[in-house]
Write a protein that binds this ligand. Sequence first.
Ligand code: NAD
Length: 493
Amino acid sequence: MNTIPHFIGGQRRTDGDSFGTVFDPATGREQAQVPFADEALLEETLTIARAAAAKWRLSTLSQRTNVLFTFRQLLTEHANDLAALITAEHGKTTPDALGELARGLENVEYACGLADHLKGEFSHQVADGVDVHSVHEPVGIVAAITPFNFPVMVPLWMTANALAAGNAVVLKPSERDPSGSVLLAELLQRAGLPDGVFNVIHGNADTVRRLLVHPQIDAVSFVGSTPVAKFVYETGTSAGKRVQALGGAKNHMLVLPDADLDVAADAAINAGYGSAGERCMAVSVVVAHEKIADELVARIAERTDRLTVGPGTDPQSDFGPLITREHRDRVASYVTNAPSHGATVVRDGTALVDREGFFVGPCLIDHVVPGTPAYDDEIFGPVLSVVRVSSYDDAVALINANPYGNGVAIFTRDGNAARLFSRDVTVGMIGVNVPIPVPVASYSFGGWKDSLFGHSHIYGPDGIAFYTRAKVVTTRWPQPSDSQIDLGFPRTR
Ligand code: NAD
């Protein structure tokens, strides 16, 4: 079986104390093994990264910019290779994998502007003969710990800005689909990044625990599920590190009675079932005003009948399999158990569970209420729940009572309703007639409440701030009266 290597100090390595299995989710078969770094390998990696960081922090801004520009070019040239790896290990369709790469690429493009992002400030003559300037220095070594659902985009969210800021990076990708990270490392090396500045080590929860308390790690960027994000934040900050930890989600899409119901139904389909619902910004709850709920549910249901579920490599597939057999069974259980909690299963895609591979078809559950598993849990599969409300205020109260606060959308033709909604909801990213409001790379991405631990959002300006440490230099040069040396020109102006 193929062994997916670590990438440490510019070398592919396959040592480790144990191995994980990477499946092909479309067939359910094992396709590769991945070594888990043991303590000795982690020590070696961090020694290499520390030495590399000491030099990289002194690289010129134009050297870093050149690496990132070349990296961007290589990413576009290898887009199909990266997409193929994503599809093979994650299962998402090829267009979806290319879309993921495009959103990751944006972050590299943003980081290419590092000469501007890293500018400090200068104040002349704050006191007589005294000037002040600020600089943004790298933090040192960044541990980047990423989830399975965006195996290329999320590493790029972190890596592009961390490298631009002059840090070394140790990336620990998801052990379920780790190959994309290794190709990123090879492309960075080809782009001219010095060996040891970007390293990939594979591992599981034990590896993460070691990284979180290791004295050589200065900052931790984490994206994953809420319980792990909370653990990472608490453990990392207790060990004195700066930590940003993005967690799970339960994203609502409110449809008001004046909305264009066809537009809303199309949006619910794309945002609910795209990538098999395995997106942290997927819509999982449609909040339907009772005046239009029956009609909206009918339009969504009719559209689910036109979706094709199959391998990600099949151009006919609208979405592919789930990541593991266990996850597929867990997702299916929410649908099977929904009637016992008073909900109505309008479309049941769980029959596909008998198919080879980890497939669940589109599922639609109506009359879902808070306090039941289908509403309370992050299902992370192709399951849309519909909650009916009788007013705008009830909708906002429902959304704000939810412990997650990643993304939310409103569908309406009423600008004032949309404006009030943007102000009233306790959610980090809001879409107005936009179902998946992922900010472009020049803004920052982050949820509220249990969707983010720490104050820093990820990428964009917050990313630059997170990966840099501020220094303020107050300068006073000898004035004429202080100076002992005659430089041969009149000093008094
Ligand atoms: P996960 O939390 O299981 O794993 C994320 C990372 O943490 C992996 O690298 C994994 O090896 C490691 N890990 C797993 N269990 C651990 C433990 N007990 N201790 C320490 N480390 C551990 O998440 P996942 O299943 O890979 O990804 C899906 C989750 O990520 C969903 O909840 C999704 O909403 C979330 N997500 C959030 C965002 C966001 O921006 N907020 C983006 C993508 C995914």
